[in-house]
Design a protein around this ligand. Structure first.
Ligand SMILES: Nc1ncnc2c1ncn2[C@@H]1O[C@H](COP(=O)(O)OP(=O)(O)OP(=O)(O)O)[C@@H](O)[C@H]1O
Length: 248
C-alpha cells in the first residue's frame, strides 16, 4: 500500500513547466525527504499535493483514493496535513488554546474551544509529546521565540491526526540555539504518520531521511537511500550547477 502517490503529476505556468510528470511514492510510516536546487519545483509539488494549486495533468492518490480534484480541507479530512506557517498562527492565542481549537476542528465541533476539557487534555498530551516547554504553553503565541512558533506549527498539524504529514522547511529561519528543539520534535514524530520533509538544510535531511527524492528542473533526478543519493554524481552536479549560477 502506498500512503501518498503521484502519477505523471504536472503543473505548468503559462508555457513553463514547473513540475514535469513526477511519479513519486511515499510509503506508510516513511521518513522521506524531498530536496533539489532552488527553483527545482519543490514548493509547487507540495502545493499540488496539499491542493493549494490545481494540477495541469496527472494524479495524486492518498491510500488508494484519487484526491487530485479534492479541495484542501477535504484532503486534510482524508488524512493529509501540512504544517501551518508561522504567519497563519493566531498571535493572541496561547499554544494550548490553538492546539485545543485544532482538535475541536478535527472533531467537527467548530471554533468553540471552550467545548471540553477533553480537547484541552489531549492538547496538553500532544504538547508533552513534542516536549513543548510548559511555561510557553499559556503565553500568547506572538511572544514566543521563533523556534517555538515553528514547533507549534508541527503541533497544529499533528492535532489533525494525519496519516501523511508534509513538513515544509520546518527549521527555516530558526536560530541555531533553538533548532535542536525543532529537530528533536521531528525525530520524535509518531511512527504511524508518513512524513515528507522538504528542506534545504542537508544536515537535517540526512539525519532524518530514510529515503530521498531529488527534483531538478521540475522532474525527478534521483530517488533512493541517503547513501546512494549522497554519492550520486548527477545530484552533485545539479547542486554544483546552482552554486555556479548563484555565484554568477
Ligand atoms: N505562480 C507562479 N507563476 C509562474 N512561475 C512560477 C510560479 N510559482 C513557481 N514558479 C516557477 O516555478 C519554478 C519552481 O518554483 P518552486 O518555488 O516550486 O521551486 P522550489 O524548488 O520550491 O524553489 P526554492 O528551493 O527556491 O523554494 C521556478 O522557476 C518558479 O519561478
Amino acid at each position: 500500500m502506498i500512503a501518498l502517490g503521484t502519477c505523471h503529476l504536472t503543473r505548468r505556468f503559462g508555457g513553463f513547466t514547473a513540475v514535469d510528470a513526477v511519479s513519486f511514492n511515499l510509503l506508510p510510516g516513511a521518513r522521506h525527504a524531498l530536496i533539489g536546487p532552488n527553483g527545482a519545483g519543490k514548493t509547487t509539488f507540495v502545493n499540488l499535493l496539499s491542493g493549494a494549486l490545481p494540477a495541469s495533468e496527472g494524479q495524486v492518490m492518498l491510500f488508494g483514493q484519487d484526491i487530485t480534484h479534492l479541495p484542501q480541507h477535504a484532503r486534510v479530512r482524508a488524512g493529509l496535513a501540512r504544517t501551518f506557517q508561522v504567519n497563519q498562527l493566531f498571535p493572541q492565542f496561547t499554544p494550548l488554546e490553538s492546539v485545543t481549537l485544532a482538535i475541536g476542528e478535527r472533531e467537527g465541533q467548530g471554533a468553540t474551544w471552550w467545548r471540553g476539557a477533553r480537547h484541552g487534555a489531549e492538547a496538553a498530551r500532544l504538547l508533552d509529546d513534542l516536549h513543548f516547554p510548559e511555561a510557553d504553553r499559556t503565553r500568547p503565541t506572538a511572544e514566543l521565540p521563533y523556534g517555538r512558533q515553528r514547533l507549534l506549527e508541527i503541533a497544529l498539524a499533528l492535532a489533525l491526526k494525519p496519516r501523511v504529514l508534509l513538513l515544509d522547511e520546518p527549521a527555516a529561519g530558526v536560530p541555531p540555539a533553538e533548532s535542536r528543539e525543532v529537530m528533536q520534535a521531528i525525530a520524535a514524530l509518531p511512527r504511524d504518520v508518513a512524513v515528507l520533509l522538504i528542506e534545504h538544510d542537508m544536515d537535517l535531511v540526512f539525519r532524518f531521511a530514510e529515503r530521498i527524492t531529488v527534483l531538478a528542473f521540475g522532474a525527478v533526478l534521483a530517488d533512493g537511500e541517503p547513501d546512494a543519493i549522497a554519492k550520486d554524481p548527477r545530484v552533485r552536479e545539479a547542486y554544483l550547477g546552482t552554486a555556479e549560477v548563484a555565484h554568477g
